[in-house]
Design a protein around this ligand. Structure first.
Ligand code: DGL
Length: 267
């Protein structure tokens, strides 16, 4: 029989599970690898059912629970919900379902953007579901006195990233139309409140201009996961670089190639 220490040590060698509605969460995976390079990761993208951001709350919950279960069945020692939409819809319920399991979600990085300077103007780009959720309303309410916040639902944007289109003219035109009403505001920052959007960052920056600071929550989420694993004694004891396994509900070769490309590209 293993004692508790032996059990924890064995568990620490198991992979970290990461999921998203598609390939967007790879922007979070990149940050996880930066702060915990020796961990093994299983990244599950649900591209077959993407987008989540325009589905019903019930659907997103069901899909999120399913993703969590798939990762746990493969021995994940903790879960990163690398999707703002799934986090706002399901993370609280998931914590209730798996007490004791380190589960970290992602939310729009409004805090650093709102505290960046005296009363900044902050545009928050996210999915329609994320901006409608109570979780986001509460987040906004916390910073409303300190910043002028413009929530902007961006249906259709994640589809470009899912298709591997990160800098075409079509993407530029799409974003230009979406962002034009805000270009007359004295914008200080843009928060990328969907994990797909960091992959379109260059085009967004080009449109809003170099003086606007772009924030995303990937790095903070990765640091939080490291804290949670450390607190549970579950950081990998390995001293060599870990592995990344990609799984996707659209298990085509193109999809898995896109995952590799997004993991290694310069953003
Ligand atoms: N990547 C997801 C997020 O962070 C959502 C994209 C979608 O499925 O709509 O919100």
């Amino acid at each position: 029989m293993e004692n508790t220490d032996q059990l924890t040590e064995r568990k620490a060698r198991q992979p970290v599970g990461v999921f998203d509605s598609g390939v967007g969460g790879i922007s979070v995976l990149r940050e996880l690898i930066k702060v915990m390079p020796n961990e093994d990761y299983i990244y599950l993208g649900d591209s077959k059912n993407a987008p989540y951001g325009t589905k019903s709350l019930e659907q997103v919950r069901e899909l999120s629970f399913h993703n969590a279960q798939v990762l746990l069945e493969q021995g994940a020692k903790g879960l990163v919900v690398a999707c703002n939409t799934a986090t706002s819809a399901a993370v609280r319920l998931m914590r209730g379902m798996y007490p004791g399991l380190p589960i970290v979600g992602i939310e729009p990085a409004l805090k650093p953007a709102a505290l960046q300077k005296e009363h900044p103007h902050v545009l928050v780009m996210a999915t329609p579901m994320t901006v409608q959720q109570e979780k986001f309303r509460q987040l906004m309410a916390r910073y409303e006195d300190r910043a002028q916040i413009y929530p902007l639902p961006c249906p259709g944007l994640m589809e470009f990233v899912e298709a591997g289109d990160l800098e075409s003219e079509r993407l530029y035109d799409f974003l230009r139309e979406l962002l034009t009403p805000y270009l007359t505001k004295p914008l200080d920052s843009v928060v990328l409140g969907c994990t797909h959007y960091p992959f379109a960052r260059k085009v967004i920056q080009q449109i809003v201009g170099e003086n606007v600071t772009i924030f995303d929550g990937g790095a903070g989420t990765a640091r939080e996961m490291r804290r949670r694993l450390a607190a549970a004694g579950l950081l990998s004891p390995s001293e060599t670089a870990g592995t990344v396994t990609f799984e996707n509900s659209l298990a085509t070769e193109e999809e898995l190639e896109l995952c590799q490309r997004l993991l290694h590209m310069d953003i």
